[in-house]
Design a protein around this ligand. Structure first.
Ligand SMILES: Cc1ncc(COP(=O)(O)O)c(C=O)c1O
Length: 438
């Protein structure tokens, strides 16, 4: 870690430092999601608004983490706040069938035609867990294929081959790991070979159209089409995890732009407008396996459930977010996608061949190349890059310029960002380059 950055960070985050000591006594690792910790300690947030996070020492940070990429409109946008306030007056926990889940589902099913049936959960992790269960029920098979570096939450089934070198168990406490197999991203020939070796027991392939946690890498259209074709010929389900990509690049999902035909889609993040949400949805013929009045216990899968599923605040925040996005129209996505491509180009130019900034639309992550890697096609390439330098770079921006990327993770633009923010990243990057040369 660069000494000058460390010094200025410690100096400006004294209250955070003290509070984090307390947090460590109370909480495992001091945080509630492992990735939220960074060295020497994360600043502690007391408020957020628009593009800013504000910490307990009253430092302001322009936020590119945007609530695990869930806030397309920025923090606390006006319309969403107003509608959530109205909902508070009408109660925030009904625990019954509710009107606003129907309203949100009408919006989503129009924008995402393959979502013929929808079930809400409180997290994306639950949604992918249920997707796996449903696929196993529908096919009466057990094996699920995922991608090396694919992240679908901490579900017991899918917590495998997340971190390079992908050949060790990710955690204790996992059982039946033999039923999860893993494919090299964007390598169709090798992936099909692996799928063929398990084809008789292959229930589904689950895949993100843009590898998010694994390094901000888009899948090629041919790769996705090839995997989908194999699944459909083999009577296996093709599950697209669009929890990051849903409503990120357009009003709807990515699958339509690639002419894909997924059987199940999982959504989350943006569709909850910053409130807890996960969605499992898809074609009737598969979603119906969860229909308890149609199938006996032997033939059905339990999916959904959860005290807070379809809670009124998530439903109204999602509804209001999607309506606002729709009202803003294509101009919003044009702006976000342009900001992303301008920033990727600008960073690659500044670092003059020593990095590759990957991503798509408003997603971007800079990879510092090393002697072991010269191009970025998958999560293995990402892991072989100089990840320490990436952490130093992100920490430099936090400590010196009030620009927040969760160190090592991809950044996003939201509607709250402006062109001047790109200039600020450019300026901070210049400073980092100067410091690093010293
Ligand atoms: C592609 C993908 N799937 C699933 C999840 C899990 O969602 P959640 O964190 O809401 O449980 C994530 C979270 O980042 C994700 O990126």
């Amino acid at each position: 870690m660069i000494k000058t950055s460390l010094k200025s960070y410690r100096k400006k985050t004294k209250k955070s430092s003290n509070l984090f000591k307390k947090s460590k006594k109370l909480h495992v690792n001091g945080v509630h999601h492992n990735i939220r910790f960074f060295e020497p300690y994360p600043f502690i947030v007391k408020a957020s608004n628009g593009k800013y996070l504000v910490d307990v020492d009253s430092n302001k940070y322009v936020d590119y983490w945007m609530g695990h990429w869930s806030l397309l409109l920025g923090h606390s946008p006006k319309d969403v706040k107003t509608n959530v306030r109205i909902q508070l007056e009408n109660g925030w926990m009904h625990g019954t069938a509710s009107k606003n889940s129907i309203e949100l589902s009408e919006i989503i099913s129009k924008a995402v035609p393959v979502a013929e049936k929808i079930r809400y959960t409180s997290t994306g992790t639950e949604a992918t867990m249920y997707a796996v269960r449903l696929a196993r029920t529908a096919t009466k098979r057990k094996t699920i294929a995922k991608i090396d570096g694919g992240w679908h939450g901490y579900t017991t089934d899918l917590l495998k081959t997340v971190n390079w070198p992908f050949n060790k168990s990710e955690s204790n406490g996992l059982v039946d790991e033999k039923y999860i197999i893993s494919l090299p991203f964007n390598d169709l020939e090798s992936s099909i070979k692996i799928l063929k070796s398990k084809k008789n027991d292959l229930a589904a392939v689950i895949i993100e159209p843009v590898l998010g946690g694994g390094g901000s890498i888009p899948a090629t259209k041919d790769y996705l089409l090839g995997i989908e074709e194999f699944c459909h010929k083999n009577n296996s389900l093709f599950i697209l995890d669009e929890i990051v990509t849903g409503f990120r690049f357009r009003y709807g999902c990515l699958y339509e732009t690639m002419k894909l035909d997924p059987d199940i889609i999982t959504l989350g993040k943006i569709v909850g407008g910053g409130f807890p949400i996960g969605i499992i949805s898809g074609k009737n013929e598969f979603m119906n396996y969860a229909n308890t009045s149609r199938f006996s216990k032997l033939g059905r899968a339990y999916i959904g459930g959860g005290t807070f599923s379809a809670n009124p605040l998530s439903m109204i925040a999602g509804n209001s977010t999607l309506n606002t996005i729709k009202k803003k129209g294509n101009k919003l996505y044009q702006k976000l996608n342009d900001f992303g491509s301008e920033t990727r180009k600008m960073l690659d130019k500044k670092f003059a061949g020593s990095v590759i900034t990957t991503g798509m639309g408003s997603l971007f992550l800079t990879h510092f190349l090393s002697t072991k890697v010269h191009e970025i096609n998958n999560a293995a390439d990402v892991a072989k890059c100089n990840t320490k330098k990436l952490h130093d770079y992100h920490f430099h921006m936090i400590a010196n310029d009030g620009i927040f990327f969760l160190p090592g993770k991809l950044g996003v633009f939201s509607d709250a960002h402006t062109k001047s923010d790109i200039k600020a990243i450019a300026k901070s990057t210049d400073q980092f380059l100067t410091t690093f040369k010293k």
